[in-house]
Design a protein around this ligand. Structure first.
Ligand SMILES: NC(=O)c1ccc[n+]([C@@H]2O[C@H](COP(=O)([O-])OP(=O)(O)OC[C@H]3O[C@@H](n4cnc5c(N)ncnc54)[C@H](OP(=O)(O)O)[C@@H]3O)[C@@H](O)[C@H]2O)c1
Length: 280
């Protein structure tokens, strides 16, 4: 079984990787009035979360960023969510085979324990799914219906009415949670709280992180920092928008060192919390 070293908080200790994030019991920390919103990102030392393909300009996740240990912790966070927030771009990438499926828990034999853990905690077998999209132009993955997952589509008031009607006619609830075409963080979190959800895991990309952060909704950020300088002339980083200021100031909650994951290089698993109170 893999182990990691706890560097913070003291004392320094070697601890098992499995269960590291499950023991935080995130599913019990939020309430429908104030759901816990958390996100997880994977970055290189020079802050890259994705590189851009020179020929197409499309972003992609470099293989060298990902490791089985990081994926395990990603799934432990997912197991504690009653609702996952993804976006239209991910569903397009999933459909085209550019990204793997992360919409259900316990699909791989080595992570089956997480499916049982959810049931033991009284959580639904699979989390609800929110698809944030301004374009409303994405394919619905068949795995959502097959796993009986509640599905919501979140968009802004100015989204295309014909596309809204298309999804409503297929039985999907549309959450209008933005004044223009884009989703706004506060209205989305309130709409999900009103429906009883209390642990919301943001598995979307940098724009939804930006949306949640600027609206004062993100409470915890989990970040894996791999000890590699990646370079690359065109790349993506965590927050695409303008300077954030104090709302981007975070407090470290924990830091673990995984020395073995990248051959000679290692990685840190860091956890931060928002130092400002969430807006409700
Ligand atoms: N290293 C990591 O941890 C990590 C994590 C996530 C992503 N990535 C990578 O980063 C690259 C870019 O990320 P990405 O494509 O996932 O995400 P992105 O560029 O942040 O967002 C893509 C899509 O999300 C929807 N969206 C975002 N914010 C929205 C809002 N406020 N309201 C409505 N819709 C919104 C839009 O969908 P519509 O076009 O349907 O309107 C948009 O096209 C990818 O290569 C991805 O693999 C890396």
């Amino acid at each position: 079984m893999p182990t990691v070293c706890r560097l913070f908080p003291p004392p320094y200790a070697t601890v098992p990787l499995h269960g590291l994030y499950l023991q935080q019991r995130l599913h019990q920390l939020g309430t429908p009035l104030r759901p816990l919103v958390y996100a997880n990102f994977l970055a290189s030392l020079d802050g890259r979360i994705a590189l851009e393909d020179n020929a197409t300009g499309h972003p992609y996740l470099p293989k060298s960023l990902t490791t089985p240990n990081d994926f395990r912790l990603f799934l432990e966070l997912e197991a504690q969510a009653d609702c996952l927030i993804t976006h239209g771009g991910y569903l397009r990438a999933l459909h085209e085979g550019r990204l793997g499926n992360i919409l259900q828990i316990g699909c791989h034999p080595e992570h089956r324990d997480l499916a049982q853990w959810r049931l033991d905690q009284g959580l639904s077998a699979q989390p609800a799914i929110v698809i944030a999209s301004a374009s409303l132009d994405f394919p619905m993955p068949p795995s959502l219906k097959a796993n009986h997952q509640a599905v919501y589509i979140a968009t802004g008031r100015a989204a295309d009415p014909a596309k809204m009607a298309f999804w409503q006619n297929q039985g999907y609830e549309i959450l209008i949670v933005g004044a223009e075409r884009m989703v706004a963080g506060g209205p989305l979190v309130r709409a999900l709280g009103d429906r009883g959800y209390q642990s919301l895991y943001l598995i979307a990309g940098p724009h939804m992180l930006d949306t949640m952060l600027r609206d004062g909704q993100l409470q915890r950020l989990y970040q894996t920092i791999t000890h590699q300088l990646m370079g690359g002339e065109a790349f993506r980083t965590l927050v695409p928008g303008p300077v954030l200021g104090p709302i981007g100031h975070l407090k470290l909650r924990s830091l673990y060192y995984d020395a073995a994951s990248h051959g000679d290089a290692g990685q840190w698993f860091a956890q931060f919390e928002q130092s400002l109170q969430p807006r409700i």
